[in-house]
Design a protein around this ligand. Sequence first.
Ligand code: TYD
Length: 206
Amino acid sequence: MKKGLFITFEGSDGCGKTTQLEKTASFLKENGFEVVTTREPGALDIGKKIREILLHHKGTVADRCEMFLFLADRAQHVETFIKPALGEGKIVLCDRHTDSTIAYQGYGRERDIKLLKDLNEIAVNGLKPDLTLLFDVSTEIAQKRVGNEKDRMESLGTNFFKKVRNGYLELQKENPNRIKLINANNSIENVFSEVKNIIIELIKNK
Ligand code: TYD
């Protein structure tokens, strides 16, 4: 049975969510909570091998292969890491999860969104985030932050990232209670103060 809290951090590459995740972890630890941080793809042993293929494989990776690799990574991650940590009452902060697949493979790659949602369900086997923070940033700012050293996914171009951003915004509209939209064009400290308020509210109402 799930006892802890599961919080996911989402947004396009370059949105700054990883910095915010680390700041959130420090804040919660300072306040006495047991916190673990993790990420998709590639938190654990099998996942690290999958991540290497997904981000750095030099040859062709077929879209459907890419989709199943992200989902395979998630299934293993949920079963062997996230669920056990939640069972021990921990707060799990996860850098990307199911919404990334809908935004990137669904909206970005234009694959069947309903099918991806069903496949996500199989991968997570009943798990659902208590809260998702969506860091929304203009595609131009995000691309600048990513810089020139791009991995396989980051190299997909501005048009792809516009579709991803739009996908995330659609998901937020569909799930306004779970997904909280955060304007990530602001400074790190301003963004974090918004994050902190949302997290405090979640813990108070737990
Ligand atoms: P990563 O280096 O973790 O990016 P970031 O620091 O921005 O989170 O790389 C993960 C990449 O994989 C990123 O471009 C988003 C993409 N991705 C998908 O396309 N689908 C997914 O289901 C997940 C989890 C990630």
